[in-house]
Design a protein around this ligand. Sequence first.
Ligand code: KIV
Ligand code: ZN
Length: 513
Amino acid sequence: MAKDEVVVFDTTLRDGEQSPGASMNKEEKVKIATLLEQMKVDVIEAGFAIASRGDFDAVRAVAGVVDNSIVASLARASKGDIETAAEAIKPARRGRIHTFIATSPLHMKFKLKMDQAEVYDAINESVKFARKFVDDVEWSAEDGTRTDLDFLCRCVEAAINSGATTINIPDTVGYTIPREYHDRIAHLMNNVPNIDKAILSVHCHNDLGLAVANSLAAVEAGARQVECTVNGLGERAGNAAMEEIVMALNTRNDFLPYKTSVDTKMITQASNLVSTITGFAVQPNKAIVGANAFAHESGIHQDGVLKHSATYEIMSPESVGLKKSNLVMGKHSGRHAFSKKLKELGYDFGQNAMNDAFQRFKDLADKKKEIYDEDIRALVDEEIRVNDRIKFISLQVVCGSKVSKQTAEIELSFDGKVLCKNASGDGPVDATFNAIKDLTFDTQHLDLYQVNAVTKGTDAQAEVTVKLKEGGKTVMGQGADTDTLVASAKAYINALNKLLVKREKKAPEAVAV
Ligand code: KIV
Ligand code: ZN
């Protein structure tokens, strides 16, 4: 590996999925992994195989379709975890077991109830055990930024001696700051005798909004793997955003002379796909992938950009795959134009999904004169959210100021069985949700209901987001339609599908060998 190469380790499918509200089924994970591989991401962490049968199956499915990228599964320092991870990544051409244990005083004492000597032994045992299955083993010192530095050096040395080829120092709680993290990584580079036998990796959380800055500081100190997620998805405030790290290295190569293999032109497509699948909208002012990242509102800025784009643009929209398109579609647009547009927006559908999407495009064109890129994205979202157990079929609502009782009749299919129900409620949305609950389940609580217009105009599609809570689990659902109530029903059903996936997961506790 060249000295200036930085390995990109994407953990959207694992740490990203740990975001409260995010969940992906196997097929959705395969879709994202396929795109990550096309983008030339070096390592794809596909999941935490022991967490649930669904996680195991998803890691296995990803391992079966990915050829060039390394496929990793997370495992605690326990034999059961490591065996399960090894089994899940078996189909991979290049598989990695990523095992971890906490090394900070707080985590050792209160969470693991282990002392330094016990953790040290567990590191040796777990890494050696993982090496029985694969040559590529990554070891992580959970809460590494709050770990005693001398102890951390000893742990890293032991993990390398036991066979770890990548050593990761996570800032698990997003506590560190760039100079401190830089110095910690530099200290490891200078004081661990066998450090040249492994790649040093960083994994930053964004609790103080410093995940990307910390990751870049670590690269300057010698780290050569960066762990990150698309759109910065992840536990609590998220992980370091892949698109920001990659574009910072590209744009400021004068100061940061390092390179990644990521195809930056696929960044926008990856962002859209992850946002669609998870139901996590990207904030408009998000760096690189936010809707306003390349928009210029002020007259002075617009004038400057028209005269020379570099006046107010430090990178081109094209470099992140943002295509400026003025081609508005409508009812006269044919299949060829529609399929060309889908490709331009980064969607690659098989014949059946394409036929389905085209039919829905035609239906939309009957209701809406001008169809913009945003409309098409919202329209094809359902093609991406594959394999849902609950599917929307139709909705009929009786409402208005003259009606004494608002009612909704919903038709849906649940595991292939068509069901229909009429229910009333405090308003048409409540009636719709009540009817859906009657046909499915009612153990969840509605935490958020939000409506946005996809484009301008009264004929715009409504995009509805709902957040549901059940026990400690949160899920988000989205749905779009020119009819706000249909969009609401679709969003609620989407969230229920996510809940079904999430219910399978048990939260793994801290364990060691
Ligand atoms: O944040 C963290 O410490 C992690 C590890 C399991 C790598 O995600
Ligand atoms: Zn993490």
